[in-house]
Write a protein that binds this ligand. Sequence first.
Ligand code: CP
Length: 302
Amino acid sequence: MVNRSLISITDYSKEEYLRILDLAAEFEKNPNQNLLTNKLIATLFFEPSTRTRLSFETAVQRLGGRIIGFADASSSSVTKGETLKDTIKMVSNYVDMIIMRHPMEGAARYASEITNIPVVNAGDGANQHPSQTLLDLYSIRKTQGRLDGLNILMIGDLKYGRTVHSLLMAMSDFNPTFYFISPSELQMPSGYKMLLDRQGIRYVEDRDFLPFLPKADIIYMTRVQKERFSDPFEYEKVKNVYVLKNALLDSCKDTVKILHPLPRVNEIDPDVDENPKAYYFTQALNGVYVRQAIIASILGLK
Ligand code: CP
């Protein structure tokens, strides 16, 4: 994977991304290592972010590298009309790697095709978020002791939630059973379900998550992605459709873990936070180690 971009989780083989998880476990034990001396990495965020940008930047700094970039495209020359192509070509002359978030699906792939330095997709519209998937896999393996044969309950916005799309593709390597819980307007897109059909992977679709809580090994909650709705009225109809509360978790397995890519809005009540089944804040911390592993692997430093 040296010098290779990470745009979709399928860009890497199962063996390659499992190696990243193993490396992340090493970084968890020893996060401060001077591997990136003289390396400069750009974080170009054309869309808001807290965790992804800051955990990538933490990862770089803990590895002794340096960062340039922007957290808000309005502070860049995009506002003067500069194209994405010109922006990428320019930044490529300055740095060793680009980490990029963009609202347009396919923008990261396009960027990777016009530069010779590796590009990591930090989220492209409703499409993919592969570094999130790797930290999700890391969190699932760490809490369940395995990735194979798990019951994964995905709840919320399965249409626009890019993290569930990437996670579905990766978990498909591990014989899961998926339970897709969403309002009809926000169902898992048919392309992803066709992918599962082709691989013979079981999935159930429903509107109500309560009957499936006792089966779940992982409950993956998602936020309704307000920014992807063209009609605010449609968002209002579905915004609070699912709220996970502590009192609902008694029927779950003791070993279940609740994941959420965050940010949350209302879909997990704060009364869940102290329950040992809640794992979302540790999941976000795992993102630092996994992103250290991604960067070190791509730059050939481990
Ligand atoms: N999980 C995630 O992508 O969070 P941010 O939008 O805060 O980066």
